[in-house]
Design a protein around this ligand. Structure first.
Ligand code: FE
Length: 214
């Protein structure tokens, strides 16, 4: 059973600050062990939560939103006008979908998402954020040198294409609507969703043309 005894929480907080190792992975492990020991969480529940976000939600919900926008122009218009409302039409709601703005890539504009302050991310659409998204290097360089950062991801954006960088916050999270891959005409929503990569919805990937006849 979970208890929220505030005095106990304060004690744990003080204990953590006195004993925490500096390495983040060790720190997480120490935090988890302590919370388990205090009976405040259950390791199996944490594992189930991680599995849910990594495997079930993963980027699959975001890919569904993108594929639907590609094949349904009226959904696409609603998504761009009010991301939160359009996404809730698909049954996806929750903490991090309560304030989503969809930004559309076009031949003239490429969008890139970052959280310069910490690691705000639309996790109820994209699952757990990738490690690089949380790194200080990405968070600072994405703003200063987005073209250079994209090159390191293997994404070459022409000089004639404007790069717009969006800074996520706890109040606003962004979903990039990538350009639909060439050669994907005629594919249905499910097949299209399979083509959408997580990084393309953050802006660090562009979707490659697919071979015709496949
Ligand atoms: Fe953040």
């Amino acid at each position: 059973m979970t208890s929220h005894d505030s005095k106990k929480i304060v004690e744990i907080h003080e204990h953590l600050h006195s004993d925490l190792p500096s390495d983040p992975a060790l720190r997480v492990k120490a935090l988890e062990s302590l919370l388990v020991e205090q009976g405040m969480i259950d390791s199996a529940a944490i594992d189930a939560w991680i599995d849910l976000y990594a495997e079930e939600i993963g980027p699959k919900r975001g890919a569904h939103v993108v594929a639907k926008a590609w094949i349904d122009p009226s959904f696409r218009a609603r998504l761009l006008a009010d991301g939160t409302a359009a996404i809730s039409e698909l049954g996806y709601q929750g903490h991090a979908t309560g304030h989503v703005i969809a930004v559309e890539n076009t031949p003239a504009v490429h969008n890139l998402v970052v959280c310069t302050l910490c690691s705000c991310y639309p996790f109820t659409l994209l699952g757990i954020s990738p490690g690089w998204y949380r790194l200080q290097e990405y968070r600072s360089r994405a703003v200063r040198d987005p073209r250079g950062v994209l090159q390191e991801f293997g994404v070459m954006i022409g000089d004639d294409v404007e790069i717009r960088v969006w800074d996520s916050t706890a109040e606003l999270r962004y979903l990039v609507l990538p350009l639909r891959p060439e050669g994907s005409d005629g594919l249905g929503e499910e097949a299209l969703a399979q083509l959408v990569t997580r990084n393309s919805m953050i802006g660090t990937d562009v979707l490659q043309p697919i071979a015709r006849g496949r």
